[in-house]
Design a protein around this ligand. Structure first.
Ligand SMILES: Cc1c[n+]2nc(N)[nH]c2nc1OC(C)C
Length: 321
């Protein structure tokens, strides 16, 4: 591998350690030194610049508007449960539909991040396009802004990437970053955001990626949309998320498996207890039938899956700014 690609790979590894593992192996100064070295080489030889170079996170210039993206696979919303009886209704519907007792069913349980759902497309391992959920069928092309989010890899960490992989997940703003953003805005007499979700949405809908780049945004994947490859995907939700992690894509640490009603309720209670200490807003949990074949058998009810439910927390008294 020639020297410039070796330099890029080293920088990708350092970015991954810092932004995804939260565990850098070198001091920031060493990262900065190598990044400046790469920038100098690319400045002298612009013909060597590649789409996936770590220098290419910030878009060139502001957009005039957002292009539209049609989602090949609709990004649907979730049916909500607000109490144990709603959850029981969800479990009973599954039992009657696929004649399996819910006590035998394994669920992949995830925190429901309170941010903005996005779709990120990787073609032959390179990030080529990203879009908002929009109305579920049509979203906005926010590729330039998504590329500025440090924990989103510009290149998948694999020697044989799938031809096409659409990663779906949530972009959110941690509470500390949100408070700092609002303090700075107040000091400059600019408008403040009511909550981290609005701040994340506002930051992603910036026409100038240089502004988005300055915002403390984080991405966590929760699913896969379009997938084209000679290799099969794993056949459970949980294993698919582990596979995404192996590619360098960030996945939330609070995801785990639970079998049967009691374990589901225990997960819900556990996350509700942890909620004040997570450092980011969540508005509940998402409980998904883990086995993909069963998901496909269960399908969707109009706009939301029969196989998944968002079990929400009671509305929290909103902080007043
Ligand atoms: C809309 C949505 C939102 N969330 N959030 C998580 N964690 N998983 C998840 N899955 C979703 O939809 C799939 C069930 C298709």
């Amino acid at each position: 591998m020639e020297q410039i690609e070796q330099l890029r790979q080293t920088l990708r590894q350092y970015e991954y350690e810092y932004h995804v593992l939260d565990n850098p192996s070198v001091p920031d100064a060493e990262y900065d030194r190598l990044m400046n070295e790469l920038k100098n080489i690319e400045w002298q030889h612009p013909e060597l610049i590649t789409l996936d170079s770590p220098t290419q996170r910030v878009g060139a210039k502001p957009l005039a508007g957002f292009a539209q993206v049609i989602h090949k696979i609709p990004m649907l919303s979730l049916d909500n449960a607000f109490g144990d009886d709603d959850l029981d209704g969800f479990l009973r519907r599954i039992e009657s539909y696929i004649h399996v007792s819910s006590s035998q069913l394994t669920f992949c349980c995830e925190p429901k991040l309170d941010g903005l759902a996005v779709s990120i497309l990787y073609e032959n391992g390179l990030l080529t396009r990203a879009a908002t959920r929009g109305d579920g069928t049509t979203g906005e092309d926010i590729t330039a802004n998504i590329r500025t989010i440090r924990n989103i890899p510009l290149k998948l960490n694999t020697l044989n990437p799938p031809a096409r992989l659409e990663v779906r997940g949530e972009v959110f703003m941690p509470q500390v970053g949100f408070n700092e953003l609002n303090e700075k805005a107040l000091a400059k007499g600019e408008k403040t955001f009511a909550n981290p979700r609005n701040a994340a949405a506002g930051s992603l809908r910036q026409l100038d990626p240089k502004i988005t780049r300055q915002r403390p945004l984080i991405f966590n994947a929760y699913g896969i949309g379009v997938y084209e490859s000679d290799d099969e995907l794993p056949n459970t939700q949980f294993e698919r998320l582990q596979w995404l992690k192996s590619l360098g894509i960030p996945v939330n640490d609070e995801i785990c498996l639970a079998q049967g009603r009691t374990a589901l309720l225990a997960y819900y209670t556990d996350i509700q207890t942890k909620r004040p200490t997570l450092g980011y807003d969540i508005d509940g949990t998402v409980l998904k039938v883990n086995d993909i074949a069963l998901q496909e058998q269960l399908g969707f009810i109009s706009r939301s899956p029969r196989w998944a439910i968002a079990y929400k927390f009671p509305a929290q008294e909103q902080m007043t700014i």
